[in-house]
Design a protein around this ligand. Structure first.
Ligand SMILES: *Cc1c(COP(=O)(O)O)cnc(C)c1O
Length: 394
């Protein structure tokens, strides 16, 4: 971790990240290895992406086989992988229609367009979005427009118009923003980047009821919290309310670049039609063969049940840290997406953890975020806590 690191890496990358001074080379299970062969226990999973861990030979073989058959063909044609992946994803997400994108951000873009088109077809003059403070939905102009952190938005204004921001978990603040121009409410079921805040049940139920009463669509962003992480396949499925449109990405491909937005038939009937939306690469056979295999493994290996089993242990071990350390003030989260609120600089903690052979990331400005591969076992929780304690002592 010398000062010469940057020169040594001959960095010409645009400086959009404060990268940690490590060059990762490969991974196996829940461990990562740098170029010097040093081992790291991974509690970040590439930001909630590599849920089945690294070096899964079944997934790798699926990809290799598909590379030999067909990598790209265009959405003008069907392939077996897109049909299989869409079928599995619709079933797992309890949605009727699926559109594959290349990223989470693009899934958000598609969801926003879907809502606008739905209102347009109805001719009800609605176009406004209500989004949430401290939300994160991506960096493109549309996704940024509904992202509730001002410092991300301000340099790029004017953004997409007609967006108002409510307080997350505050139903009255949503109610106050509803007008006869509101077309959709968009939010994460559990705010990730914003600091690991799960939606309260009454809040989500209340928003759903407000939407129903006013012919407003509910868009849930499950890009980070979905795909088994909270202990249900998608986080909202535990709440007893259903979104009209939902966004997925990150873990659905276990590392291949993929996202998706999905909707109910009611929305689909009046929403995007041929010519309204498209993508060259989205839903390509290589990516879809992978998504299909990942979903197959989730079902077959009961990954969601495993999350329910192991996450209670993680929660109780993290709670002990809140008891033990004055600068650790709170734990928040659900399943295997957890945050510890700290009063010490969280960037330094992540950096020091790397030296101890532990990968953890931050959320917001003061939260250590734990989003490990979903296949961790109790022994990995123990190992993480041990490394974290050493980190705290640095
Ligand atoms: C990561 C993330 C996005 C953006 O996804 P990308 O694949 O990086 O474009 C959007 N919403 C949430 C909640 C996310 O965590």
């Amino acid at each position: 971790m010398s000062n010469g690191f940057i020169e040594q890496t001959e960095e010409v990358l645009l400086h959009t990240y404060n990268r940690f001074p490590v060059i990762f080379d490969h991974g196996k299970g829940v461990y990562l290895y740098d170029e010097d062969g040093k081992e790291y226990l991974d509690f970040a999973a590439g930001i909630a992406v590599s849920s089945l861990g690294y070096g899964n030979q079944e997934i790798a073989q699926t990809m290799k086989d598909q590379i030999d058959k067909l990598c790209h063909i265009s959405n003008l044609y069907y392939t077996r992988p897109i049909l299989n992946a869409a079928g599995r994803l619709a079933k797992a997400s309890w949605m009727d229609r699926v559109f594959f994108t290349n990223s989470g951000t693009e899934a958000i873009e598609g969801a926003l367009k879907s809502a606008r088109k739905y209102a347009y077809s109805k001719g009800n003059g609605r176009f406004e979005f209500i989004a949430m403070n401290h939300s994160f939905h991506g960096r493109s102009m549309g996704a940024l427009s509904v992202t509730g952190t001002e410092k991300y938005r301000t340099p790029f204004e004017p953004l997409v118009g007609g967006v108002k921001f409510a307080e997350y978990n505050n139903l009255e603040s949503v109610k106050a923003l509803i007008s006869d121009k509101t077309c959709a409410v968009i939010m994460e079921t559990l705010q990730g980047e914003g600091g690991i805040y799960p939606a309260e049940k009454e809040f989500l139920e209340g928003v759903r009821a407000l939407c129903d009463a006013n012919d407003i669509l509910l868009i849930l962003d499950e890009i980070q919290c979905g795909m088994g992480r909270t202990g249900s396949m998608f986080a909202w499925q535990d709440y007893g309310v259903k979104p009209d449109i939902m966004c997925m990405a990150k873990a659905i491909g276990n590392g291949v670049p993929v996202g998706a937005f999905a909707m109910t038939e009611k929305v689909a009937e009046l929403s995007l039609a041929p010519g309204d939306h498209g993508t060259t690469y989205g839903g390509g056979p290589l990516v879809c063969a992978t998504v299909d295999k990942v979903l197959e493994i989730f079902e077959r290996d009961h990954i969601v049940d495993h999350v329910r089993e192991v996450s209670g242990y993680l929660e109780s071990e993290l709670d002990k840290l809140v008891e033990e350390y004055d600068f650790v003030t709170e734990r928040r989260g659900k399943g295997l997406i957890q945050g510890l609120v700290v009063t010490k600089p969280v960037g330094e903690i992540s950096q020091n953890a790397l030296e101890q052979g532990l990968v953890v990331i931050s959320a917001s400005t003061n939260v250590i975020r734990f989003v490990p591969p979903l296949v961790i076992e109790k022994q990995h929780v123990d190992e993480m806590i041990e490394k974290l304690k050493k980190t705290f002592a640095m």
